[in-house]
Design a protein. Structure first.
Length: 187
């Protein structure tokens, strides 16, 4: 924790374009009104949309304040990328991290041509490699480990996360009495 003013944000939701936009708006409002030195995220998510996660990651990395992430129980899929945005990262003792490859949902009948199929394949590969590159940059995981996790759907515990540099420490969060706290709600 920093010595300056810390603002706590509780987020337990999916990573969707709507939630990412709302969370970015909340962060912008907090920065403008409260002038914190640190945003401390009490964070848990079962994942969601890859593009929304990448946008949120880049937004959080651009913040002019320290960003701290604390895994409150589950960090799955693209939420691993959002979580990696934290300059400092913690995990609660009984938390987990789930890694798997990119999934593309096609919810309507789609006429597929060879060029369209190639485009879909390239999109999946590009999204997955963005995730691999971020995890390589922000943790001690090697590319071959990450790709193996993506292929097998690997669930890892907090101690594994500490050893591999996904988190800096395993500990329960402590919110000081009187701290500024915002709880994100999907509206």
């Amino acid at each position: 924790m920093s010595n300056g003013k810390t603002f706590y944000i509780n987020f337990f939701d999916d990573i969707t374009p709507q939630n990412a936009s709302r969370l970015m708006a909340v962060c912008t409002e907090i920065l403008g009104k409260h002038l914190p030195d640190e945003l401390y995220f009490l964070f848990a998510s079962t994942g969601g949309h890859v593009n929304a996660g990448i946008v949120l990651y880049n937004f959080l990395r651009s913040m002019p304040v320290k960003v701290t992430m604390h895994n409150m129980g589950v960090i799955d899929s693209i939420a691993n990328i959002v979580f990696a945005a934290g300059a400092t990262r913690f995990a609660a003792p009984h938390s987990r991290f789930l890694f798997h490859g990119v999934v593309m949902n096609i919810s309507q009948a789609v006429e597929v041509t060879y060029p369209k199929l190639s485009e879909l394949k390239n999109t999946l590969e590009s999204d997955q490699m963005k995730m691999v590159e971020i995890l390589k940059e922000r943790t001690n995981l090697l590319e071959k480990e990450i790709l193996h996790f993506f292929n097998e759907g690997a669930a890892k515990n907090a101690e594994f996360a500490r050893v591999k540099g996904i988190v800096h420490d395993v500990l329960l969060p402590e919110i000081p009495k009187g701290a500024s706290l915002f709880s994100f709600e999907n509206k």
